[in-house]
Design a protein around this ligand. Structure first.
Ligand code: ADP
Length: 226
């Protein structure tokens, strides 16, 4: 699924303009880093895409459809196409890794026999199948963030969004996490990763879109595949 922002303005009630005339096309299956200082508008960008918020002006298109037109009752189905990873994505402490990853499938009403297969596939994709029976507290911080990614992809989303997914990890673990996102990009998922960590982003060879005070100030790529 491709993403397009057309002249998007987001102004909050207190007058803060988080996005100012943002236009960008993110092609299906591409991998894009959204960078910029804290407060640049990255989270607002992702929230508009998830329709957790609506633009003040302009439009957000997913698969060439303006998402403002999606009826409220159809939002859960729309959002199921989008996998989301936040910094320190919360896991349920009392549940196994397997159960944590299975959660979105319960919500979606997936049949039991499909569930186990899908959870195993998701855990396999982040190399954590062997830890399925453990509790979150028994995993390292980097492993827990990989579980969060598995949970985000268990519904096989067409778009994977991440907001500072490496926020609390050291540079080596951060690169491991970004490589995982790249794996999904390699199999055709559209990936958008918001990160203020320009050093990390610069080394990972993808399209980089830089926001500054709500405006796109730079778009570039360090490789042809972005
Ligand atoms: P980033 O993710 O790049 O750090 P954000 O999108 O979170 O940036 O924030 C962009 C700007 O919008 C900031 O100035 C922030 O304070 C402001 N902002 C975000 N959410 C709200 C809100 N709900 N009400 C008012 N201002 C907000």
């Amino acid at each position: 699924m491709g993403i397009e922002f057309r002249h998007v303005v987001k102004r909050f009630e207190n007058g803060t303009e988080a996005l100012s005339d943002v236009s960008i096309a993110i092609p299906t299956g591409s991998m894009t880093f959204l960078t910029g200082h804290s407060g640049a508008g990255k989270t607002t960008f992702l929230n508009l895409l998830l329709r957790l918020d609506s633009p003040t002006r302009g439009s957000v298109l997913v698969n060439d459809v303006d998402i403002a037109g999606i009826k409220r009752r159809h939002l859960p189905v729309y959002r199921r196409h989008l996998g989301v990873v936040f910094q320190d994505g919360q896991l349920l402490d009392g549940r196994s890794i397997f159960d944590n990853v299975a959660l979105p499938l319960h919500v979606a009403g997936t049949r039991a026999r499909d569930m186990a297969r899908r959870v195993r596939a998701a855990l396999g994709s982040v190399d954590l199948l062997a830890k399925a029976r453990l509790l979150p507290a028994q995993l390292s911080a980097g492993e827990r963030q990989r579980v969060v990614i598995a949970r985000a992809v268990v519904n096989r989303p067409k778009i994977l969004l991440a907001d500072e997914p490496t926020g609390n990890l050291d540079p080596t673990l951060s690169r491991t996490i970004i490589r995982l996102f790249r794996r999904f990009h390699d199999v055709g998922v559209t990936v958008v990763v918001a990160s203020h960590d320009t050093e990390l982003v610069g080394t990972m060879g993808s399209r980089v879109v830089e926001l500054d005070h709500g405006r796109i100030v730079g778009q570039g790529g360090t490789s042809a595949d972005g």
